[in-house]
Design a protein around this ligand. Structure first.
Ligand code: COA
Length: 156
């Protein structure tokens, strides 16, 4: 069984993330959508809110599990028996950051390989913070995110 972990802040998850997730399910038997902590970021949604949204958005996708870690993602991968970590690449500006992150992860555990998927969904140029900003400014973002995100904004 080929297991992969797709980590991120998912604050909130977008249709771009879901596109990467669906494509990764064609390659892996199980993909764990892992809410991990980026200590450099202040989040809009709480961990519980983000996990709820992630579960709702993936409930019809067989082979997906949702989980949380406050530790290193490579440690999580080892415990879960995953040999691959998935990341999406949107623009060339993502490259430098992803290059450093994958090198740090490889230093921590060289048994876990990072596998990159090129974003090709038409909405994937958008990031979670852009979504939050557009919503804050009164723009309808429902074409860019799963319905659970729209519900979560309403509930806030
Ligand atoms: N579609 C839309 N947006 C996308 C996207 C896609 N396909 N792929 C990435 N993004 C956006 C995200 O929305 C996010 O936007 P934001 O910055 O506006 O919030 C941005 O690109 C990158 O975020 P994300 O992919 O969630 O990564 P991150 O940099 O926030 O977090 C972790 C990366 C959580 C995986 C990393 O911090 C981590 O592994 N933390 C745990 C500790 C650890 O193991 N550290 C590694 C060793 S130093």
């Amino acid at each position: 069984m080929k297991i992969a972990v797709y980590p991120g802040s998912f604050d909130p998850i977008t249709n771009g993330h879901l596109d990467i997730l669906k494509r990764s399910l064609k390659v892996f038997d199980e993909v764990i959508l892992l809410l991990a902590v980026n200590p450099r970021k202040k989040s809009v949604f709480t961990v519980e809110e983000r996990l709820h949204i992630m579960r709702e958005a993936t409930k019809d996708l067989p082979g997906v599990k949702v989980d949380f870690t406050d530790g290193l993602t490579v440690n999580y991968c080892r415990k879960a028996g995953a040999k691959a970590m998935i990341r999406g690449l949107r623009a060339v500006t993502d490259f430098e950051y992803e290059f450093q992150l994958s090198a740090a992860n490889q230093f921590a555990d060289d048994e876990v390989e990072t596998v990159f998927f090129m974003s090709r969904n038409k909405t994937s140029f958008i990031s979670s913070s852009t979504i939050n900003e557009l919503h804050e400014g009164g723009v309808d973002i429902s074409d860019l995110v799963p319905p659970a995100v729209v519900e979560a904004y309403k509930a806030k």
